[in-house]
Ligand binder design. Structure first.
Ligand code: CP
Ligand code: NVA
Length: 330
């Protein structure tokens, strides 16, 4: 039977079967081919979408905007500063209003419970553009990137280094489990994903031929890894005061040349971006001044190396977000 997710919200990968996730990855590859060969695909002409952002964004916002416009849709961007949302009107009330006007709603913000509530109230598909717990659209792009490099998912080992209980790490663990990959979280014990989520992912992996392991050993994490993945050490919405502690805890898990050397011969480096690999940002420069470090979760050498596929990942955000919108709105 064919896969059909029309009318559904896209809130977290746990809500989708392995086949449904593979379908979204295949569809993303189709959209990439269309875009690259200049074939118009205004298949959702006449529809309109709204993007609710409570946190900043470059890739996710632009992917929804360009993706929506390529599909022929009208797109409205709302940040907390330019609408009633948050200050004078609750998120739920905003959703009920927007659900009367738009065909789909994207939300980036805080608790997963908010996006779940939006979806329950809006009456139209809601897409999670990042919450504290999960970043599911990032996963479709990342898994497309993995398949472009290795031609398969089964048996591929992906190790996440660093803050292994953040939204991206949580989502990677689910994505790998669903696709029969070997996920390894490599970081200090204090920053491991919740026991509950680990348990859920282990039982999914048991059915798909994948696995989930947690380690505080860099050697073990890097050994035979095909994909070395990391993310920033302090996520959006977390206190600036956490930097000192995170630098102390996570510096041993920085992705550098020695980590890449320990990985599989064909290993690639992935990062959802943005990344602190130099001091060309205000935060990067201020950390350098305060703590005397010029690179954080990844060295500039690895970030700029031929093994790094971070800009393929960034491009794939657009193709995959287009796939998510099309599959749920068609
Ligand atoms: N990777 C990602 O979500 O990037 P933005 O924060 O720029 O959207
Ligand atoms: N963990 C990061 C991901 C950014 C795309 C954050 O939440 O800030």
């Amino acid at each position: 039977m064919g896969v059909n997710i029309a009318g559904r919200s896209f809130l977290k990968l746990l809500d989708f079967s392995s086949d449904e996730i593979r379908y979204l990855i295949d569809l993303s590859a189709d959209f990439k081919r269309l875009k690259r060969s200049g074939v118009p695909h205004r298949w959702l002409e006449g529809k309109n979408i709204v993007l609710l952002f409570e946190k900043t964004s470059t890739r996710t916002r632009c992917s929804f905007e360009v993706g929506g416009m390529d599909l022929g849709m009208g797109v409205t961007y709302l940040d907390p500063g330019s609408s009633q949302m948050g200050k004078k009107e609750s998120i739920e009330d905003t959703a009920r209003v927007l659900g009367r006007m738009y065909d789909g709603i994207e939300y980036r913000g805080f608790d997963q419970a908010i996006v779940e509530e939006l979806a329950a109230k809006a009456g139209v598909p809601v897409w999670n553009g990042l919450t504290t717990e999960f970043h599911p659209t990032q996963m479709i792009a990342d898994m497309l990137t993995v398949r472009e490099r290795f031609g398969k998912f089964e048996g591929i080992k992906l190790t996440f280094f660093g803050d292994a209980r953040n939204n991206v790490a949580n989502s990677l663990m689910v994505a790998c489990a669903k696709l029969g990959m070997h996920f390894c979280a490599c970081g200090p014990k204090e920053n491991m994903p919740s026991e509950e989520l680990v348990c859920t992912c282990k039982s999914i992996a048991a059915q798909t031929g994948g696995s989930v392991t947690l380690t505080d050993s860099v050697c073990e994490g890097a050994r035979d890894a095909n994909v070395i993945y990391t993310d920033i050490w302090v996520s959006m919405g977390e206190s600036e005061e956490l930097w000192a502690e995170r630098i102390r805890l996570l510096s041993p898990y920085q992705v550098n040349a020695s980590v890449m050397e320990r990985a599989a011969e064909d290993a690639i480096f992935m990062h959802c971006l943005p990344s602190f690999h130099d001091t060309k940002t205000t935060i990067g420069a201020s950390i350098a001044q305060k703590f005397g470090i010029c690179e954080m979760e990844v060295t500039d050498e690895v970030f700029e190396s031929p093994r790094s596929v971070v800009f393929d990942e960034a491009e794939n955000r657009m193709h995959s977000i287009k796939a998510v919108m099309y599959a749920t709105l068609k």
